[in-house]
Design a protein around this ligand. Structure first.
Ligand code: DSN
Length: 405
């Protein structure tokens, strides 16, 4: 007989406890965030915005949504916030629809260089509706080359420039991006999905006042529920709100909005600032340890929670690495590296992030231990003796640093 869903949820809980997540977009949502998601707020319809709803009975919901808006504006120094977007891709589409006409030119980072599908990839609606032209990273350094981006902007004259990435380990210079965008009369959208928690924790520069619109998912370094928020300058507030509802969405998920409010309020505490600082220390320690063990890191290191490893010199592919690490209790994801000649299904790189292991309480010492185990496994991914050794080492770590449920 098939297992019940309740049993499967318990199985997933066990899996998460017994594995280390090094997936850069994953994290561990605290109990109060998860409780808000499972609360009675999910029973309520609230189409519209606070005090302008199409349903009755929203006296309490209005207060919750207002708190979420207030917390987002305070944390990211925004004039206005819309906390209703269901997730990152719909949020990006809502921003495009608010600022652009179909067929308008947009510049964004290319997917194989670290951008996102919703930044105009041809398989995404964004790529079908708008004329995207993509910038990449410098082939020598792996870093963004701002003067080249400026030259491209002058040639293509986009109406919108998108900055932000899913596989770029370095800090983004929002001020420089805004100078480029505004010089050619374009809006600047900063997609801070990966680094929102780092910005909130004061370890990465803020996108405002430089960007016109800032969008983020809430479940990555920010440690909130799965969802997104859009923030903008006051002059764009009404266009953004109309685009989210009724443009793209119906009833907002007020249970998720309450969880976003909790995560946003939590992210302004000294405890969260300490967490953000530790993420940076851990990522640097992990990068240094991997480099010493002979791995090539794209850009040579990291300024964030994220590392992109080029496995070419190790003579294995991203898929082989992901599968071998999964066998020993480390979850990660294969990833394209800039200029990759291999396919996205079996690329030359692997992406790591340390937000989740940092949330379990691990520090620099544990990062060095994990790097050592990774090196052993990836040097001999076919060796059962190595895999057994590595599995034991990771099990010791997961037991010592359990996820606090
Ligand atoms: N899929 C997310 C990531 O892994 O970066 C972005 O949507």
């Amino acid at each position: 007989m098939a297992k019940s869903i309740t049993q499967l949820i318990k199985d997933e809980e066990k899996r998460q406890q017994a594995n280390l997540s090094l997936i850069a977009s994953e994290n561990i949502a605290p109990k109060e965030v998860r409780e808000a998601v499972g609360s009675v707020l999910m029973n309520k319809y609230a189409e519209g915005y606070p005090h302008k709803r199409y349903y009755g009975g929203n006296e309490v919901v209005d207060l919750i949504e207002e708190e979420a808006i207030k917390a987002a504006c305070k944390l990211f120094k925004a004039d206005h916030a819309n906390v209703q977007p269901y997730s990152g891709t719909p949020a990006n589409l809502a921003v495009y629809a608010a600022l652009l006409e179909p067929g308008d030119t947009v510049m964004a980072m290319s997917l194989p260089h670290g951008g996102h599908l919703s930044h105009g990839h041809k398989v995404s609606f964004s790529g079908a509706l708008y004329k995207f032209t993509h910038y990449g990273v410098d082939p020598e350094t792996g870093m963004l080359n701002y003067s080249e981006i400026e030259t491209m902007a002058k040639i293509f004259k986009p109406k919108l420039i998108v900055c932000g990435a899913t596989a770029y380990p370095r800090a983004i210079d929002f001020k420089r991006f805004a100078q480029i965008a505004h010089k050619v009369g374009a809006y600047l959208l900063a997609d801070i999905s990966h680094i929102a928690g780092l910005i909130a924790g004061g370890v990465h520069p803020q996108p405002f006042p430089h960007a016109d619109v800032v969008m983020t998912t809430t479940h990555k370094t920010l440690q909130g529920p799965r969802g997104a928020i859009i923030m903008c300058k006051q002059n764009l507030a009404s266009a953004i709100d109309k685009s989210v509802f009724p443009g793209f969405q119906g009833g907002p998920h007020e249970n998720i909005i309450a969880a976003k409010a909790i995560a946003l309020q939590r992210a302004s505490t000294p405890e969260f600032k300490r967490y953000a600082k530790q993420i940076i220390l851990n990522a640097r320690a992990f990068a240094q340890a991997l480099s010493k063990l002979g791995f090539t890191l794209v850009t040579g290191g990291t300024d964030t929670h994220l590392l992109l490893v080029d496995l070419t010199s190790k003579k294995i592919t991203g898929q082989i690495a992901e599968t071998a690490l999964n066998k020993v209790g480390i979850t990660s994801n294969k990833n394209m590296i800039p200029g990759d000649l291999r396919s996205p299904f079996d690329p030359s790189g692997i992406r790591f992030g340390v937000a989740s292991v940092t949330a379990r309480g691990m520090g620099e010492k544990e990062m060095e231990q994990i790097a050592f185990v990774i090196a052993k496994v990836l040097d001999k991914p076919g060796s059962n003796a190595i895999l057994s050794y590595a599995k034991r080492e990771i099990a010791k770590l997961t037991k010592k640093f359990p996820i606090k449920i």
